[in-house]
Design a binder for this molecule. Structure first.
Ligand code: SF4
Length: 92
């Protein structure tokens, strides 16, 4: 079974209007922020046409990679989704 097929079994409940991760305003993204566009397993991060990094946290698996890389430097704000929202993992 491919990893992608397993991930497809997870479900995600969007908390509309209350993103649990936010990217701090910036002109030019740091190397770490830019790296998130490649390493986020859920592909939540993208560069916009001005080169800035944006996030759409729908589908985030709460793996914590972006938190480890960018939260301490204040480049992103990271909170767990409210109870009942976010990823619902299917095990087995
Ligand atoms: Fe992507 Fe993981 Fe960050 Fe969620 S916690 S946005 S899946 S890197």
């Amino acid at each position: 079974v491919r990893v992608e097929d397993k991930l497809f079994q997870n479900r995600y409940l969007v908390d509309a209007g209350r993103p649990h991760i936010k990217v701090a305003p910036h002109e030019t993204p740091s190397a770490a922020l830019l790296a998130l566009t490649r390493i986020c397993p859920a592909k939540c991060y993208e560069q916009n046409e001005r080169g800035q990094v944006e996030i759409t946290p729908d589908g985030c698996m709460e793996c914590g990679t972006c938190r480890v890389l960018c939260e301490a430097k204040g480049e992103i704000e990271w909170n767990y989704p409210r109870g009942g929202f976010g990823v619902l993992f299917k095990f087995g």
